[in-house]
Design a protein around this ligand. Sequence first.
Ligand SMILES: *Cc1c(COP(=O)(O)O)cnc(C)c1O
Length: 390
Amino acid sequence: MLACTGCGDLLEAVIDPPREEPAALKQRWLTRRMSYQAVDMSGVWRFREFLPETYDAEMVVTLGEGNTPVVTAQRTGAWAGARNLWFKHLGWNPTGSFKDLGMTAGMTEARFAGARVVACASTGNTAASLAAYAARAGLTGRVYLPAGQASANKLAQALDFGAEIIQIQGSFDDALDGLLRRNDAGLYFLNSINPFRIEGQKTAMLELLEQFEWRVPDYLVVPGGNLGNSSSFGKAFLELKKYGFIDRVPRIIIVQAGGANPLSRMWTSGAKQLEALPFPETAATAIRIGNPRSWKKALHAVQTSGGLVLDVSDEEIQEAKTMIGSDGIGCEPASATTLAGIRKLNAEGKIDRDANIVAILTGHALKDTDYINKTQEQRTREHAGDCIRV
Ligand SMILES: *Cc1c(COP(=O)(O)O)cnc(C)c1O
């Protein structure tokens, strides 16, 4: 269902040319922001002309996802050596990560296709999102998680939304492999290899461009895990350009964690095929992935946009995360790869300091509170010491 029976590669949706001129459609999208219809209040379905199907409005499974702000990076920008830096915070979605953008599209299609049980393997956020949207749709949600590797907060969300939780001994890659091998006809798969999820995620870029009054930034910086996000953003820009909504595309930069960096290794070595890492390791658990399924699509996005791929260490991620927190924004560790990557590229003189850069923040600060408590423990102790001295 999710791979081509001929070549084995992932499927991809092909979008019909919009029936309206760009200027008219841009205006229609703006006008929908004043509507109180559920499909118009969703930051995904508001852009439904770029989604695959026109479902009846009542069929759409939505929690009002999208509609996330662009926040200027103040201290963080200066710290990273970037004069014009913005965060698009996709962690400010209903379940706290960008996964909701694809999930509303995937779950709507699942219900449309008559699915009863929807399933995914997950490092945590897909599980939380699937659980919430399955509950909305009245479907059974089943999530496969690598035991002991997902954050407690994400697991708690999946529990709260009533999903069935199956903990797998092994990594996320093992969990996904196992799920795909089962090939259970009764399960509808909602991992990001599902092309409908990729379509839903595209709308983040339509919303971003609208927020910039359709001025295209020079760089878009995205964390890289299973690489669905970067794939979908690249697809969005190419479609928007093809149909005359923008006249150029931003360079897409993918930042991986150093211990889970198969695409970055491939990029640096110039290899033609991705070599999976059997034991990916990083404290940024959302991107602890050694065998990213969407690597071909993501590579296409980087190559067609003139972008690049790099990785950063867990220490660099932690420093960057602390900076983002100190700017009053906050994010989960995987998201902070973006700022760490920008700082590194600036230090190496690889990007123009005056360039307009948008960094995607993928998850909310409260997604991994153990990480914060552990890495900032030192500071609470110092404060405790202050109290005693007083
Ligand atoms: C899923 C996730 C990622 C990785 O996204 P991919 O599309 O798999 O590359 C990064 N950050 C967070 C917070 C996530 O939940």
